[in-house]
Design a binder for this molecule. Sequence first.
Ligand SMILES: *Cc1c(COP(=O)(O)O)cnc(C)c1O
Length: 391
Amino acid sequence: MKPTLIRPGGLPPGAQHAVVTPLMPSVVYAADSPDALDAQYGGVVEGYTYAREGHPNADVLARRIDAMEGATGGLVVGSGMAAVTAVLLGLLESGDHVLGGDQLYGRSLRMLKEDLPRLGIATSQADPTDIDAMRAALRPETTLILIEVVSNPTLRVADMNGLIELAREKNILLAVDNTFTTPRAIRPLEMGADILIHSVTKLMAGHSDVTLGYVAAKDEALRRKLYDFAVTTGLTASPFDCWLAERGLMSFDLRFDRAEATAQRLADHLAGQAGVKRVLYPTRVDHPDHARAQGLLQGHGCNMVSFELDRGRDAANAFVKGADGVAFAPTLGDVGTTLSHPASSSHRSLTPALRASLGLTEGFFRVSVGLEDPAALLAVFDKGLEAARQA
Ligand SMILES: *Cc1c(COP(=O)(O)O)cnc(C)c1O
């Protein structure tokens, strides 16, 4: 047999007509000549060299999310936290102050409270539903505000218009984590935010089989900084994860609308039940931010519902066992409904007093509604409630 080269190269004719984006796990890309490579590194022509610097599957996914968010040149990174990291560590300087919302995702809060201060960046938190509290928390050295539109797990709605105005007036960057709300409900960059963050892991990819993030900035210089920081620190996303997420995105609108409709139905259903003390859903008239949600979310709600049983841990344990078929797992945005119990998981490190002030009692649950048949799902919740009442 004639010896052959290791990499003969080339795809068979017609392969370029595939309707599905090919998965390209290649780490390296060959160049035609030193001149061509020089032009590529110099940004004169586009091309790939090394996957940590960029690869086709990440770019295909990023351009799709850009289109959904009204963004330009967004970057796909290895996780939602990688996106948060790129913003906080890639853009801030020692001596800066960051103001965060007071109910941010747990790891984002930890970065504000533990990691940034270690590097000489001061941080504090305030309630983003209260514009006066946010204004009062600003300092002369505040350079960035980080918020989520709908908070976890009490589903409070930030005063987006007020915050956009405040950030503009004070010349402060406004970074918005749009994971819960998604571009289906709100497009923060189009409204006037400067930076947008996603945990693509959640609703966008939607199947709990990839961990990915996305970050976009309006300003070209900020985009360059985010890109260089992400490439330098290795926040790169895997081609296979990007490929899977692109597959998930194709059904995103349908999934969001279905989950949202079922979430509204579940919220209304739970509200009338014995043993349920309160239900939180942004578009319900009994929600504290109902009017703001109507104005901001273009008639949408979200796929999340929170509710509180009127009893303690025993009832909570019984509820989870009784609601058989709903995964008790602290994630969100999956095709299947998941249930989380903040007092024993995401918020267990809070002092009991702080938990109480947020209303996160032992009976408090957060539901991420999936794509099940709505009637079948309500029946499972009824079983859980029945078990809780018997406990
Ligand atoms: C999950 C989540 C993150 C972190 O995303 P990962 O992909 O898990 O790193 C950040 N913000 C919000 C609001 C989240 O729900």
